[in-house]
Design a protein around this ligand. Structure first.
Ligand code: OAD
Length: 263
């Protein structure tokens, strides 16, 4: 006898989609895995993660920058050019499509991203909170003023500041030991209590405070869903842990919830 019952992942996906279709306020948390299929390296994956090859204390901390600003800014400039050359992948596009569907039905939608690549915005998402800043803008160390760099590679490291002859430019990202932008945290505190669907995509859920967002929504009336290639610290506490690649699962999740909303 042939058993045509859907396999458990399909069933979970269908249930998670049905809950999504019924939701009024959706918050999404994305991490490096959401951009992996755009060719941007993650941080902690065993084979390809950046922190396997590079030392975060040297390259992603104020102390590392103070010690060797040329190396740090050169490294970030290379990554900046990589982000500019990358294209949004199907998971970015599906999230933009989900936002349009939510707005059309009078609901709320917001993405909190740990990614600094701006790919959500380039995919068409409008409500994006950058928890860790973005790599396309750089900040004067003297004045704090921010400038978006031209698409070409920088020629001096650290780049001189256009705002002050004593300052240099550093990437406008959040480094280890630095505080997240106050407005981003405030937005999370404001929105999370009324979220009825929380979707975490492609993050190892190890870096706080981003990893703590799930604690703000973890109530009986909020559906929690994780999309990740592997199991993380969040997998055990979500309602649906959907194992697979973001570029495959997120478009299916959105298409099942909003079949007529395709871009
Ligand atoms: P990580 O590199 O820590 O985790 C990436 C996650 O994405 C892992 O759990 C992978 O299993 C998953 N993953 C990889 N490819 C995937 C795919 N195609 N589809 C779905 N999941 C996939 O990245 P983050 O959690 O974003 O901060 O890291 C958080 C912060 O730590 C970063 O913002 C960065 C880093 O150090 C700073 O630089 C301050």
């Amino acid at each position: 006898m042939v058993n045509n019952r859907p396999r458990p992942p399909e069933l979970s996906l269908a249930k998670a989609s049905a809950k999504l279709a019924a939701s009024r306020c959706v918050a999404v948390l994305t991490g490096a895995g959401a951009s992996a299929e755009s060719g941007i390296r993650t941080f902690r994956d065993t084979m390809e993660g950046l922190w396997q090859e590079f030392d975060p204390a040297r390259l992603a901390s104020p102390e590392g920058f103070a010690r060797d600003p040329a190396t740090v800014t050169r490294w970030y400039d290379t990554r900046r050019l990589g982000c500019l050359a990358a294209e949004p992948n199907p998971s970015h596009l599906a999230l933009a499509q989900l936002e349009r569907a939510m707005v059309a039905k009078g609901g709320e939608f917001i993405i909190f991203t740990q990614n600094v690549d701006r790919l959500h915005q380039r995919a068409g998402s409008r409500h994006v909170v950058e928890l860790h800043g973005n790599i396309l803008e750089w900040r004067c160390t003297r004045t704090g003023r921010v400038v978006e760099l031209e698409p070409q590679a920088q020629t001096e490291f650290p780049p001189p500041s256009p705002f002050s002859k004593d300052g240099v430019l550093r990437p406008h990202v959040v480094w280890f030991g630095e505080e997240l932008p106050r407005a981003a945290l405030q937005k999370a505190l404001e929105v999370c209590p009324r979220v009825d669907y929380f979707l975490t995509i492609g993050t190892s859920s190890t870096v706080y405070p981003a990893a703590g967002l799930i604690e703000l929504v973890d109530r009986g009336d909020c559906t929690t869903v994780e999309v990740n290639r592997e199991s993380t610290g969040a997998s055990g506490r979500v309602d649906f842990a959907l194992v697979g690649s973001a570029g495959d699962i997120v478009p299916r999740l959105v298409a099942q919830a909003y079949p007529t909303s395709a871009a």
